[in-house]
Design a protein around this ligand. Structure first.
Ligand SMILES: [Zn+2]
Length: 127
């Protein structure tokens, strides 16, 4: 069982991480106006599609690689947001599979952890 002090500390860590991820996402792309949880990769600054096929291919490649980093960041971001939401429902620190307490040291290593150690790696069975 984690104490209120530990909870406050972990919440502050999550909020800090959320801010960093938002900055990173804003650097690489823009928020989807119709879905604030979705981010889309921006076209590299100052570059336009033109008549040169080779240039266009390079531009598309760059956008794809930005997209890959964005998908990874987006995954981490959504995890952090999900973890922060648990403070509102008072379920923070609870394993989403067994509902038992997540080990304190696991939370300090990963404040957005969704499961206890026994169910580590089973996150994919969750929605
Ligand atoms: Zn568990």
């Amino acid at each position: 069982m984690i104490t209120d002090t530990q909870k406050a500390e972990l919440k502050a860590k999550l909020e800090g991480e959320k801010k960093l991820l938002e900055e990173e996402l804003a650097r690489l792309g823009t928020r989807n106006p119709s879905n604030p949880n979705d981010w889309v990769a921006a076209k590299p600054e100052g570059e336009e599609f033109g008549a040169d096929r080779t240039d266009n291919a390079g531009l598309i490649e760059e956008m794809h690689s930005n997209n890959a980093s964005m998908n990874e960041l987006e995954g981490r971001y959504n995890n952090v947001v999900r973890a922060l939401g648990k403070f509102d429902t008072n379920t923070y620190g609870e394993c989403e599979i067994s509902k038992s307490d997540i080990e304190v040291e696991r939370l300090y290593a990963n404040p957005a952890a969704r499961t206890c150690k026994a169910h580590m790696g089973d996150e994919h069975t969750l929605g």
